[in-house]
Design a protein around this ligand. Sequence first.
Ligand SMILES: Cc1cc2nc3c(=O)[nH]c(=O)nc-3n(C[C@H](O)[C@H](O)[C@H](O)COP(=O)(O)O)c2cc1C
Length: 241
Amino acid sequence: MKILAFNSSPKMDKGNTALILNPFLEGAREAGGEVEVFCTKTLNINPCQGEFNCWLKTPGKCFQEDDMQMLHPKLREADVWVFASPLYVWGVSGPMKNLMDRIIPLIEPSIELRYGHCTHPIRTDVKTRSIVLVSSCGFWEMDNFHPLLVQMEMLCKVIGFHFAGALLRPHAHVLAPMLQAGMPVGDVLQATKQAGRQLVENGTVSAETLKMVSRDLMSREVFLQVANAQFEEAMEALEVA
Ligand SMILES: Cc1cc2nc3c(=O)[nH]c(=O)nc-3n(C[C@H](O)[C@H](O)[C@H](O)COP(=O)(O)O)c2cc1C
């Protein structure tokens, strides 16, 4: 299974999103998956210009000479796309949105009625059939991911892909300090790795595993105290400096 992953956190490998993405990809590799991962921060991906040349004038090809020229063949060849993004204003971050918008050349310029809904067929030279979403957010509640989930579900529905799993990590910024302090939260990373193995072995991640990735790390009351103490500490450190 060829897995093509994108991490759109500006913190790249040092961020909360990578804390979930990296063990997931490690599990996929261990199960025999062929993984390639890119950080959007190191790529030059311009916004879509919306002129539809890639549908009408040069079918399947975007006119913009940027890193999407290198990525389009990889996107066509991969079995699974993994979109990993921090939650920014209840959606993906800007660079990830640019990347997602630039998938349009891989889609046919026609509309079909499938399962009672208007859809776009994916071009026949695209092998991909599944998407995995990975995201981390600051707030405590899982419902912060709802708008992002709806967007991904819609994308999968319209282009006929299988939504193979959403690895969602709420109150993500407390995970790394808890791990460093030796608190019993290692099971979250183990579940994340297990999710990668399941993707390669079964083509999908089980609901039970996804639940473990997202499990509460602390009560909401404790979270409020911890998060506000972290803010105060950071501001005091700035005042001292
Ligand atoms: C511009 C911006 C917007 C954000 N919007 C949200 C949000 O809508 N909901 C939320 O829970 N967290 C939000 N956050 C917090 C991030 O999602 C969270 O810190 C995330 O884990 C960062 O991931 P990273 O370390 O991989 O970059 C926002 C952070 C920034 C910088």
